[in-house]
Design a protein around this ligand. Structure first.
Ligand code: HMG
Ligand code: MG
Length: 298
């Protein structure tokens, strides 16, 4: 049975822009996020408080966070890898902190420069301090299906990482198909394992659409009762430390699916379209969303 309300977290300003080599000026980012804030979306991941040398396109996280108009109906979160990032994020203003690590040793090493064993103690401190500051903490787990370096990742390995993060106090888990390789049977296998341990309310699915499988994978997740997804406006995105990763599933396409099926999101499709065109013009590249392209052609 599919849920009748689905909550989308807009990750375009973070996952979308992190992979862009073109610099989007801070004022444009702010204007764009303000558009998203007025689209009916309930949560926006607005930037990353990471090493700016690793993600230069988001090196203005503090300026962006300070500049955006906060809609009281929107929950604002940001990526936080360590205590320094948490300090900056708290100073700038967040409702929620997103910590992240990989289920795969090699991707974790490439992405955050540490082994899995070295990562836990760092994240445990971040989680504890963020909770003490009264923030909701999301734990992203990457490469939950396949790793670009190690291949198929066993569900048991994903669960081990989830258990450790949950044990450290995260409120919810976002499961990432980082390189967009999964097919629905893999989603079923993972969710069979995950939902045997955690309530579906705590699970968010994060699909990249590299091979066009994301909508099928979302449909499968919906049938498991999952009602929270990360999506990126226009389909922007990817992880620069995961070769072959394309953008997240497009918010526009997911809205087309959900609204067409009579599932409510609270999000205005026209406002998402306007915000897509705004960032498309700033980047000067055509965004991959199919429903956006259809609308532009008509
Ligand atoms: P490190 O190199 O091990 O850390 O990085 P370090 O402590 O040695 O610091 C190195 C330099 O970074 C120092 O500066 C620090 O001050 C600075 P320097 O002395 O060289 O001038 N630094 C910072 N500056 C600002 N804010 C900070 C910060 N931390 C250190 N918070 C670290 C470790 C984790 C920080 C680094 O590896 C990093 O930033 N990685 C982030 C990579 C990233 O953002 N990847 C993409 C996001 S994850 C993703 O996309 C997947 C996801 O979407 C889910 C999915 O799709 O699966 C979430
Ligand atoms: Mg991602």
């Amino acid at each position: 049975d599919c849920p009748d309300f689905v909550e989308l977290k807009e990750v375009g300003p973070r996952d979308g822009l992190q992979n862009e080599t073109k610099w989007v000026p801070t004022d444009d980012k702010i204007a764009w996020i303000n558009m998203l804030s007025n689209s009916g979306v309930r949560e926006i991941e607005y930037s990353s408080f990471v090493n700016p040398k690793m993600i230069p396109s988001l090196s203005d996280a503090r300026e962006v966070g300070k500049g955006i108009l906060r809609n009281p109906d929107v929950f604002y979160s940001a990526l936080v890898p360590n205590l320094k990032g948490l300090e900056y994020a708290l100073e700038t203003g967040i409702d929620g902190a997103s910590v992240f690590m990989s289920a795969s040793e090699t991707h974790n090493k490439k992405n955050i420069n540490k082994s899995l064993g070295e990562t836990f103690p760092v994240l445990e401190r971040v989680i504890t301090e963020a909770k003490q500051a009264g923030k909701r903490v999301t734990g992203y787990v990457s490469t939950v299906f396949d790793c670009p370096y190690e291949g198929r990742i066993p569900t048991a390995q994903v669960i081990q990482v989830c258990d450790r993060l949950m044990g450290a106090g995260i409120d919810e888990i976002s499961l990432g198909d980082t390189i967009g390789t999964a097919v629905p049977s893999q989603v079923e296998q993972l969710l069979d394992g995950i939902l045997a341990r955690y309530p579906k309310e705590k699970i968010i699915m994060h699909f990249h659409d590299t091979r066009g499988m994301a909508i099928a994978n979302i449909m499968t997740s919906l049938q498991y009762g999952i009602h929270r997804f990360d999506t990126s406006i226009g389909g922007l995105g990817g992880c620069p430390y995961a070769p072959g990763a394309a953008g997240n599933v497009a918010t526009n396409d997911v809205l087309y699916l959900l609204h067409g099926m009579g599932i409510n999101t609270g999000i205005n499709e026209e406002k998402i379209r306007e915000a897509s065109i705004f960032i498309q013009n700033k980047l000067g590249v055509k965004l991959p969303s199919k429903s956006l392209a259809c609308h532009e052609d008509s």
